[in-house]
Design a protein around this ligand. Structure first.
Ligand SMILES: NC(=O)c1ccc[n+]([C@@H]2O[C@H](COP(=O)([O-])OP(=O)(O)OC[C@H]3O[C@@H](n4cnc5c(N)ncnc54)[C@H](OP(=O)(O)O)[C@@H]3O)[C@@H](O)[C@H]2O)c1
Length: 347
């Protein structure tokens, strides 16, 4: 089967590098072009990047010339790992040029005609593309994946929403350094410390889950209160969550619902779809970022410490790899879904 040629916008950053790593042996996509800011454009990728992945940089990528982030670009699909302000300007240019844009950035996540997709939860939301294309008169389109902390928490929330209905969610995050992009917070700032503020993060966590767990027409009806902290962990966001339910359930019921969760057949057969999508730990001291962030090649969301909550109904801890499940892997899984659904064409 002919592989599709991908252009990565923001290819030198934390998410862009992870995309290159994950696409190195992908069965459907390969990296055709690497694009970054005008500071990097014209250099070889090797010169432009401070390669931070633990796998070696492939020679065929190292020698590519970095392109500017503007169309035309000779690719079949664009993956965007741009900062929000740049995404706001650049992503519509590529969609107008006729390319599918699969974005990690927050710029268009909450736009009413832009799908915000986690394939295991809301694969049907991609149908918003049709209205987006009609209104914008684009041949291409923009599809987004959620914030790195939203993705982890949304999987167990979707299970609770379907089984019992959600009323309220309280979430406190402990987010890894790599979530701040490269180079991230300096050692002087983050060592021996917890930073109790991440700009814009609480807003995203308080609004994205309702869009993802709702229907195309209407956001889900529950409230979220989020507190976000940066901690001195390299990769992997840990989140402590309490939930209030519309119909009562015990921790034992919820564990069984989590263990039985399966995405639909089309989604579970996608190359990056992890099995299981959610892994439940029964040990009282798991999940931990250092031990568990690579479960399912970084795509499985791990849940533990599921308990009855004396204030709301249930509480638990969730862990997800922020640059894989929370960013690059999420975008690739979305692209696989769009290809399987026919929104990305194989000409
Ligand atoms: N890190 C995470 O865990 C994570 C998770 C989910 C979503 N996200 C989102 O993904 C996006 C990328 O995050 P990141 O952590 O990878 O950031 P990053 O490490 O700071 O990388 C930013 C990338 O954007 C490029 N860039 C910067 N300014 C540009 C401009 N004016 N024109 C074109 N390219 C420009 C940079 O290129 P140069 O090297 O040339 O400057 C670099 O390739 C952000 O929107 C972020 O919110 C990140």
């Amino acid at each position: 089967m002919k592989k599709l040629r991908v252009g990565i916008l923001g290819a030198t950053g934390a998410v862009g590098q992870r995309m290159i790593e994950l696409l190195s042996d992908h069965p459907w996509f390969y990296v055709g072009e690497v694009c970054a800011s005008d500071r990097s454009a014209g250099k070889s990728y090797l010169e432009a990047v401070n390669w931070r992945m633990t796998t070696p940089l492939a020679p065929e990528i190292a020698q590519k010339v970095v392109q500017s982030c503007r169309p035309p670009l000779a690719v079949d699909v664009v993956f965007s790992a741009l900062p929000k302000e740049e995404a706001m300007r650049i992503e519509p240019e590529f969609a107008a040029f006729g390319l599918p844009v699969i974005s990690n950035a927050s710029a268009f996540r909450m736009h009413e005609h832009v799908p915000l997709v986690i394939p295991e939860i809301n694969p049907d939301h991609t149908h918003m593309i049709l209205e987006q294309q009609e209104r914008k008169r684009w041949k291409g389109f923009i599809v987004t994946n959620p914030n790195c902390a939203s993705i982890g928490v949304c999987l167990p929330l979707a299970v609770a929403q379907r089984a019992y209905g959600l009323r309220t969610v309280q979430v406190t995050t402990m987010q890894a350094r790599s979530g701040a992009g490269f180079p991230g917070p300096s050692a002087a700032v983050i060592d021996d410390n917890v930073l109790p503020w991440i700009g814009g993060e609480e807003d995203k966590l308080e609004t994205e889950p309702q869009k993802i767990l709702g229907s195309i027409e209407q956001a889900a009806d529950f409230s979220v209160s989020a507190q976000c902290n940066r901690v001195n962990v390299s990769d992997g966001h840990l989140e402590c969550v309490s939930i209030g339910l519309r119909s009562k359930a015990t921790a034992i019921d919820f564990i069984s619902e989590l263990q039985n969760f399966r995405p639909n057949q089309m989604v579970s057969s996608l190359p990056s779809s992890p099995s299981p999508a959610i892994q439940v730990f029964l040990e009282e001291d798991r999940p931990q970022p250092k031990l568990d962030r690579h479960v399912g090649r970084g795509m499985t969301v791990t849940v533990g410490r599921v308990r009855d909550c004396p204030v709301l109904d249930l509480k638990f801890v969730v862990l997800s790899h922020n640059t894989i499940r929370g960013a690059a892997g999420a975008a690739i899984l979305n692209a696989e879904l769009l290809l399987a659904q026919g929104f990305i064409k194989r000409d």
